[in-house]
Design a binder for this molecule. Structure first.
Ligand code: CA
Length: 403
């Protein structure tokens, strides 16, 4: 018996991502990996001794203890899974294999803290031009540190969540602010990464070893209400405009699986300060795609194509900066990269940029126009790395807008 893998699948043997799932027959959430369209129950494999000694953490309802275990154990388990699934599939008990359509996916981790960065120079420049003009597009700090803010962990949701249009205060010209449903609901195309082993309070993570603290990555949509944001954001940054939903894809692709796709990052000029300056700066070559389907449309339409390799700051630099004060990170903490905009206009990572604050509406097949999202719209992020004859992908993160 062997597990079929469609040729353009995001989940070949080179991927082996981790997620948390349950089924109707066994509603207890537990850990799994995925091969093609088959979910493989890791709790059963672990209990049956397929990883040597039983670890126990795959029976948990989150990956936190596995994330905390560190790189050596991640590598050991990945190697065992690769061996087992490459040529030992016949040995797998049938109860370990579940068709993907029978699996209900849950959040992969219990997320204690969520931090969102702003690491795309193109995005920061575009937003800066719109809000402050071309002369002052990048703030003076931007080239010296990875700008970020502490987000809201409780409203991180997994693929498929319905997004209820939030209400809040919106500024009016020559009148007091009004209380209204947002008219400028937007997405942000981001990648998220999960913290593995954390650091004790008071001990920063050095940039050179920061990679050991990164477990893996997911797609991330930082849902945003632009009109609420514009009124509330000064001087402390976004608050309610971004705390109603942050959506992630359910399968965490490990850094081991992504290693072949790491590429040198853009040149950093001026040189970062020493604590942010590793011997080399590496991004990840991940092809990213955003598609939109309105209630009337019969198929989704791609509205943007970008790539994570465009990011200016690396994930390692973000972690080193995050902890330089001694701030402690914990296993399962989630970091967002910030909106990933490509240099070209058709690769911008938000509707704010794609429509240039509503000045250039997007036309959808069937004639509908969009500046921001309408009720009934489904927004999907997708991403994959291109190998030689295979893809290591993230699947999708979808969300439908409700009134
Ligand atoms: Ca964001």
């Amino acid at each position: 018996m062997s597990i079929p893998i469609p040729p353009d699948s995001h989940f070949p043997i080179q991927n082996l991502p981790y997620g948390i799932f349950s089924t109707r027959d066994n509603p207890t959430p537990r850990a799994a990996t995925r091969l093609g369209d088959t979910v493989i129950d890791l709790a059963v494999l672990d209990a049956a001794g397929h990883f040597g000694k039983p670890y126990g953490f795959f029976a948990d309802a989150s990956l936190n203890r596995f994330m905390a275990a560190g790189r050596e154990i991640w590598r050991e388990i990945r190697q065992r899974l690769t061996d087992l699934l490459s040529d030992g599939q016949a040995k797998l008990p049938p109860t370990t294999l579940i068709p993907i359509h029978e699996a209900l996916m849950h959040l992969p981790a219990q997320i204690g803290d969520y931090t969102d960065f702003y690491a795309s120079r193109e995005h920061a420049t575009n937003v800066g031009i719109m809000f402050r003009g071309r002369e002052n597009a990048l703030m003076p700090n931007w080239l010296h540190l990875p700008v970020g803010y502490h987000g809201r962990a409780s409203s991180v949701v997994v693929d498929g969540a319905e997004i209820i249009r939030p209400r809040g205060q919106v500024a009016r010209k020559d009148a007091p602010p009004e209380f209204t449903a947002t008219r400028q609901l937007d997405f942000e195309l981001e990648m998220g990464f999960f913290v593995g082993p954390g650091n004790p309070l008071g001990q920063p993570i050095p940039v050179e070893t920061a990679g050991e603290h990164i477990f893996g990555m997911v797609l991330l949509n930082d849902w945003s209400a632009r009109d609420i944001q514009a009124w509330e954001y000064q001087p402390l940054g976004p608050f309610l405009a971004k705390n109603f939903a942050t959506a992630i894809s359910p399968w965490v692709v490990s850094m081991e699986a992504l290693t072949p796709f790491r590429v040198p990052g853009p040149k950093q000029d001026p040189e970062p300060l020493a604590y942010l300056k590793p011997a080399s700066v590496f991004g990840v070559d991940i092809h990213l795609e955003v598609s939109l389907q309105s209630a009337q449309m019969t198929a989704p339409q791609v509205i943007s194509r970008s790539n994570m390799k465009h990011l200016y700051w690396s994930m390692e630099q973000m972690l080193a900066h995050h902890t330089i004060t001694g701030c402690n990170l914990r296993p399962g903490d989630l970091c967002g990269t910030g909106t990933i905009s490509a240099p070209n206009e058709d690769g911008y990572g938000s509707l704010l940029e794609l429509t240039w604050r509503g000045e250039k509406p997007i036309q959808l097949p069937g004639g509908e126009m969009r500046t921001f999202l309408q009720d009934g719209d489904t927004l999907t992020l997708s991403g994959f790395c291109r190998g030689d004859g295979f893809r290591v992908g993230f699947g999708e993160v979808r969300g439908r807008v409700l009134p």
